[in-house]
Design a protein around this ligand. Structure first.
Ligand code: PA5
Length: 450
């Protein structure tokens, strides 16, 4: 079985730099694995691919079958780690125009995402589209208190209450949340909705391989057993503290080396639009894990070649504090051969009989060389193909790399204290609590001209 590989020939990193990192990586590995069983370590994701139960998978697959059978539309209600993994999986593995396919070809309900913003326009437009369809929803929130998710759940539940009896609602509302705490857990018990547990020792952004991502991905027709198989193999492959033999740790080390050379921004680049949401998931994973204590690489992303015509100029010649990580899928399994044209008015006959995938690949190689020449070193993560197995493999690769990278940079990668700041102000402004404190703070700021 081919493995994910990190190609660093354009990274400008030399062997001595890796040698220097080797013992740091090895001790980070030991720390991570020693802490797995510690209370509040949030490391449940490390062993999850070898510990999940078959019963759980059966329960997920049977809920997914029920949803597939009784629904035209399925709405995933959640934000951040509670929805980005699913969206990454469905986008990467299913048809680019999934919801527009005829039902017989899709073999699943249309899939929509909500609860990830507070836009009335977005929700109204979503309701326009789904109100006459048979709907099921999966509300996902570890805390069970996230405002975006809770507000949208209430709105959609109200719509569903108009359409369905109490018994029917029990076949259509699925809750994924903490085992014991939070409003969603209470609601699931009181109203009898089927529920799934987010393990308490797995944080949101590390939860895609739990019911958080598995149930909605199964509804889309993704084979979740294969995803977990890929993750399990990644668990084995990357359970090795030797940097020279572990490409996941090589990626973590490269990030650390780049940061110490003043490359404060990492751009994740893909050449397949279907990977757009993988980048969104990746940005949350690395951004929330590392961006703290006034440090951390800023994770950005581009979809190429599209963004070469918008952000390409900046990457080529803007501030030189960027490095690029390119995701290359070796075999996308879908291709088109360019035909010869007798008149050749568009001058494209030089491409005749070439495959579009080859042209895309040459664009990628040309871009990588240009970016390196322009002072933007780059590495390529080579994924043999995009299927369920390699998706699971890649997810675990990034999760483990993120953990090691965070430990290397001296932060706790598993908390997100900064996310509370906006919530505190929003609750004060909405009259939940803390309004007087906020007013006082703003007055002081104005009086002191800061
Ligand atoms: O990684 C995290 O823990 C967060 O980003 C969460 O995923 C996000 O805030 C959603 O939280 P919850 O699942 O509690 O609604």
């Amino acid at each position: 079985m081919k493995k994910i590989a990190v190609n660093y020939k354009n990274s400008l990193i030399c062997d001595e730099e890796f040698e220097y990192m080797a013992h740091l990586v090895s001790s980070s590995h030991k720390k991570l694995h020693q802490d797995v069983d510690k209370e509040n370590s949030y490391l449940g994701w490390v062993n999850y691919p070898i510990q999940y139960s078959t019963n759980l998978l059966n329960k997920i697959n049977s809920a997914a079958s029920k949803i597939k059978k009784n629904s035209d539309a399925f709405i995933v209600i959640g934000i951040g780690g509670s929805y980005l993994g699913t969206r990454a999986g469905v986008s990467a593995l299913k048809h680019s125009f999934f919801n527009m396919l005829p039902r017989a070809r899709r073999q699943a309900p249309e899939i929509y995402y909500a609860g990830n913003n507070l836009s009335a326009t977005y929700i109204n437009h979503l309701l326009d589209v789904v109100k006459d369809k048979d709907i099921s929803i999966n509300v996902i929130s570890k805390s069970g208190t996230t405002t975006e998710t809770a507000v949208v759940f209430r709105i959609i539940k109200d719509l569903m209450k108009e359409k369905y009896s109490e018994d029917e609602l029990k076949d259509r509302i699925f809750i994924t949340t903490d085992k014991d705490s939070g409003a969603l857990r209470t609601l699931a018990s009181l109203e009898g909705f089927e529920s799934f547990v987010i393990p308490s020792d797995i944080g949101g952004r590390f939860s895609i391989l739990t019911p958080v991502g598995l149930l909605p991905m199964a509804v889309s027709g993704i084979n979740i057993n294969e995803i977990l198989k890929g993750a399990k193999d990644a668990f084995e492959e990357y359970n090795n503290d030797n940097l020279m033999e572990n490409d996941c740790y090589r990626y973590a080390a490269i990030r650390n080396i780049m940061y110490n050379k003043g490359k404060y921004i990492e751009i994740l680049a893909n050449y397949e639009p279907s990977l757009h949401y993988l980048s969104e998931w990746w940005k949350q994973l690395f951004g929330e894990s590392e961006g703290k204590d006034n440090k951390g690489i800023f994770p950005a992303s581009v979809d190429l070649t599209t963004d070469l015509h918008s952000l390409g100029q900046y990457i080529q010649e803007g501030r030189r504090d960027i490095f690029e990580t390119v995701i290359k899928i070796d075999d996308m399994k879908s291709d088109i051969v360019i035909q010869s044209d007798e008149e050749n008015l568009d001058g494209l006959n030089y491409l005749a009989s070439k495959k579009l995938s080859y042209i895309n690949k040459m664009a990628m190689e040309g871009t990588n060389i240009a970016h390196l020449d322009g002072g933007c070193p780059n590495i390529t993560i080579e994924v043999p193909r995009m299927n369920e197995y390699y998706f699971g493999n890649l997810i675990y690769f990034f999760e483990k790399a993120c953990a090691i990278s965070g430990i290397l940079s001296g932060v706790n990668p598993f908390n997100q204290p900064g996310v509370e700041a906006y919530k505190k102000n929003m609750f004060a402004l909405l009259g939940k609590k803390g309004f007087e404190d906020l007013k006082q703070k703003l007055n002081n700021r104005m009086n002191n001209n800061i």
